[in-house]
Design a protein around this ligand. Structure first.
Ligand SMILES: Cc1cc2nc3c(=O)[nH]c(=O)nc-3n(C[C@H](O)[C@H](O)[C@H](O)COP(=O)(O)OP(=O)(O)OC[C@H]3O[C@@H](n4cnc5c(N)ncnc54)[C@H](O)[C@@H]3O)c2cc1C
Length: 427
């Protein structure tokens, strides 16, 4: 079977879906999105921490997130956005000095970031009552906050479908056919068609492991295979997140992105133990000097820690209570006495798509006449999704970035270390 798309977006995570909507909003028609599993059981977009901040140290990351947060704020109720702030604690004088220096850049972008002395942290965040003497200071960014990432992705998709975008669920991108074309710019390659395998409709929890196998072994078991589709296309966009290198490898494009497992858990914090007057539900994201990050999540606390020595790989195994006991509990309890008796509820593992400079990759792919990409947004794909979607849609439709200049995020930067967009304020 074959069909045609004007723009084919491979990967229907939050980035691909935002782009599909933004293109459709500009009046582009014939847009199709293919994804192995639009339920997103293993997609980073459904497995993340729901943090949304514009307070980065690289202008392109600040601008794309700032635009996204403005969009979240304008649709706060439906997207579950709450501007409850990010509190970032520092125990390194060198890092704190850098944070204060970068605060100038952040505040020129209108982010209103405050510098807090340790005494002010104790006063304004009384739940943090342990080892404050080891801190050198903190920053608080009141316009940052928390969002419901699943609602964000669902909203983009609903709007895209309303404007005619076609979503192909349970379609696995297996092959790419390219052709050589000669134009004014000389000889280039183009993507002529993308070959997808259609999977049988599956059980909602993937109990047979069909989706997980495909995402970890990069092939589809013949038993799951029910059909094939060739999609001929004028334009293709690689939005495969942590799987973007698998697509790039099919067409000989080297990729530096690595999938790295990140774990999160929900913590029962025994709220009756919390000191009177401290309401956890009003807290935003707290990033501890130990690297732990946490925020209230319904009746629990959601807490994550990015293990520094995690080996790259397509690994979705959650380490369970052992992760909570070795990485989460000690860090929570050493900062807040009310977390002393907290307990493990459940947790999960998802993938960060990590580049050498910890910034995403976006733009046209050099050497190709009709291939674009937007992926590898490490730990910020949701909070960057609207800004990236808008900018990439303009770039694809007109050849120019509008609203946010994503030119610094082109893959070409990796050939010259001076052009890296090294982002140090990540978790
Ligand atoms: C634990 C954790 C915490 C995070 N916390 C935050 C946070 O607080 N805030 C934030 O903004 N970001 C956070 N992130 C990062 C964020 O979730 C990602 O940057 C973002 O979701 C990436 O979106 P994406 O659309 O690029 O990729 P994904 O959501 O991963 O989508 C890629 C899609 O490609 C599909 N796919 C893969 N291979 C194929 C194939 N061969 N054929 C067809 N389809 C295929 C997959 O099914 C998937 O749906 C976190 C990530 C993790 C793992």
């Amino acid at each position: 079977m074959s069909e045609r798309a004007n723009v084919l977006i491979v990967g229907g995570g939050v980035v691909g879906t935002s782009l599909a909507w933004c293109l459709a909003e500009r009046g582009v028609d014939g847009i199709a999105v293919v994804d192995l599993d639009l339920a997103g059981l293993y997609a980073s977009s459904e497995l993340n921490a729901g943090g949304a901040r514009a307070t980065w140290w690289q202008p392109v990351n600040i601008e794309s997130c700032r635009l996204t947060l403005e969009f979240f704020a304008a649709h706060a109720e439906v997207l579950g956005f709450r501007p409850v702030g990010y509190l970032w604690l520092y125990d390194s004088a060198e890092l704190f000095e850098r944070a204060i220096e970068m605060r100038g850049l952040q505040n020129r972008a209108g982010l209103g970031v405050e510098a807090l002395a340790v005494g002010e942290v104790a006063e304004r965040f009384p739940v943090l009552d342990r080892r404050l003497e080891a801190l050198v200071g903190a920053t608080f960014s009141p316009r940052d906050g928390l969002v419901n990432p699943n609602a964000v992705r669902a909203w983009y998709r609903g709007e895209a479908e309303r404007l005619g975008v076609e979503f192909h669920n349970r379609h696995y991108v297996a092959g790419v056919e390219t052709r050589r074309v000669v134009g004014a710019a000389g000889s280039l390659r183009e993507v002529a068609a993308v070959d997808v395998i259609e999977l049988a409709s599956g059980d909602p929890l993937d109990e047979a492991g069909v989706v997980r196998d495909a995402l970890t072994t990069h092939s589809v078991a013949p038993t799951a295979h029910v059909g094939e589709l060739r999609i001929e296309c004028d334009t293709v966009v690689n939005c495969l997140g942590a799987w973007s290198p698998i697509f790039s490898a099919k067409i000989g494009v080297p990729d530096l992105t690595e999938p790295v497992r990140r774990q999160i858990c929900l913590v029962d914090v025994h709220r009756e133990d919390v000191a009177p007057g401290v309401d956890l539900s009003e807290l935003g994201m707290i990033v501890d000097a130990s690297g732990l990050y946490f925020h209230p999540e319904g009746p629990h606390v959601l807490a994550g820690y990015s293990t520094p020595d995690e080996a790259p790989g397509f690994d979705f195994d959650y380490d369970g209570e052992a992760f909570f006991e070795s990485e989460i509990w000690p860090r929570l309890a050493q900062r807040a006495s009310s977390f002393e008796r907290c307990g493990h509820v459940r947790g999960w593992a998802g993938l960060y798509a990590v580049t050498p400079d910890c910034s995403g990759i976006a733009g046209a792919v050099a050497g190709f006449g009709n291939l674009y990409e937007a992926h590898s947004f490490t730990g910020r794909g949701v909070m960057q999704s609207y800004g990236v979607g808008r900018a990439m849609a303009a770039h694809i439709a007109t050849g120019r970035f509008e609203e946010v200049d994503l030119a610094p995020l082109t893959r070409a930067r990796f050939s010259d270390a001076a052009r890296w967009v090294t982002e140090d304020l990540h978790i």
